[in-house]
Design a protein around this ligand. Structure first.
Ligand code: ADP
Ligand code: TYD
Length: 209
C-alpha cells in the first residue's frame, strides 16, 4: 500500500483550511482513506509545542529557538502520525509542513534556507509528493482575516516580515516546480477546489497504476 502525502502552504488566511476541507470531501466521495493534519501540531506532543510557539506572551523567543521547536514538532508529527498513515496507504492532507519553516524562519526571520533545511534533515527525507502553494499578498490576507479571533504570536508580525515569507515561498516554487503547484489564492473557492481536485485525481490515477 502506498499513501500520498499532500501539503498546503501559504501565508496566514490564504485559504488552506478551506481547500483541505474541500479536498477531504472529494476523497470521501471517492471512498479513499485520508487523514487531515496540521503543523505545528498534529500529535499530542507537537500540539504542546504549538502552544508554546503561538503564545503571544512568548515575545522573547529567539529565532533559532523558534526554528528548532518547529523542527522538533515536525519529527514527532512525522513519526507518530504522517508516516504511519502513509504506511497504511492513506492520503495525508497536511496544513503546512517544511516549506513553512523555510519561508517563515528561513526568510521571515532571516535565518537562511540552508540553516532551516539542515535542522530539518529528517523531514527532508520525507518530502510531500505534492504541495499546493496559495499565492496571496500580505495585505490581501490581512483583509480576509479581519474579524477573526485575536492574532497569535506569528500573526502579529509586521508586513515586511510577511513580504519576506512570500518571497521565500516564491523561491521554493521556482526551485521545485514539479512538486509545488502555485494556486492564485484570490480566485474563487470553487475555482481553486477544481484545480486541487484535478491535480489530486492525476496523482490518484498514478498511484493505482
Ligand atoms: P487559512 O487556513 O489559510 O488560514 P482559511 O481557509 O481559514 O485560511 O480562510 C480564511 C478566510 O477566508 C475564511 O473566512 C474563509 O472562509 C475565507 N476564504 C477562503 N478561501 C477563500 C476564497 N478563495 N475566496 C474568498 N474567501 C475565502
Ligand atoms: P496556524 O494558525 O496553524 O496557521 P494559519 O494561520 O495558516 O491557519 O498557525 C501556525 C503559524 O505558525 C503560522 O503563522 C505559520 C507559522 N509557522 C512557522 O512559522 N513555521 C513553521 O514551520 C510552521 C509549520 C508554521
Amino acid at each position: 500500500m502506498r499513501g500520498l502525502f499532500l501539503t498546503f502552504e501559504g501565508i496566514d488566511g490564504c485559504g488552506k483550511s478551506t481547500q483541505i476541507e474541500r479536498a477531504a470531501a472529494f476523497l470521501k466521495e471517492q471512498g479513499i482513506a485520508y487523514i487531515i493534519t496540521r503543523e505545528p501540531g498534529g500529535s499530542a506532543i507537537s500540539e504542546q509545542i504549538r502552544t508554546l510557539l503561538l503564545n503571544p506572551a512568548n515575545k522573547g523567543m529567539r529565532p533559532q529557538t523558534e526554528a528548532l521547536l518547529y523542527a522538533a514538532s515536525r519529527i514527532q508529527h512525522l513519526e507518530e502520525k504522517i508516516l504511519p498513515a502513509l504506511a497504511e496507504g492513506k492520503v495525508v492532507l497536511c496544513d503546512r509542513f517544511l516549506d513553512s519553516s523555510v519561508a517563515y524562519q528561513g526568510y521571515g526571520r532571516c535565518l537562511g534556507a540552508e540553516y532551516v533545511r539542515n535542522i530539518n534533515a529528517y523531514a527532508l527525507q520525507h518530502a510531500p509528493q505534492q504541495t499546493f502553494y496559495f499565492r496571496y499578498t500580505p495585505a490581501q490576507a490581512q483583509e480576509r482575516r479581519a474579524g477573526r479571533a485575536p492574532a497569535d504570536r506569528l500573526e502579529q508580525e509586521t508586513l515586511s516580515f510577511f513580504e519576506r515569507v512570500c518571497q521565500g515561498y516564491e523561491e521554493i516554487a521556482q526551485q521545485e516546480p514539479q512538486r509545488v503547484t502555485v494556486i492564485e489564492a484570490a480566485d474563487s473557492i470553487e475555482a481553486i477546489a477544481a484545480q486541487v481536485r484535478t491535480r489530486l485525481q492525476s496523482y490518484l490515477r498514478r498511484r493505482d497504476l
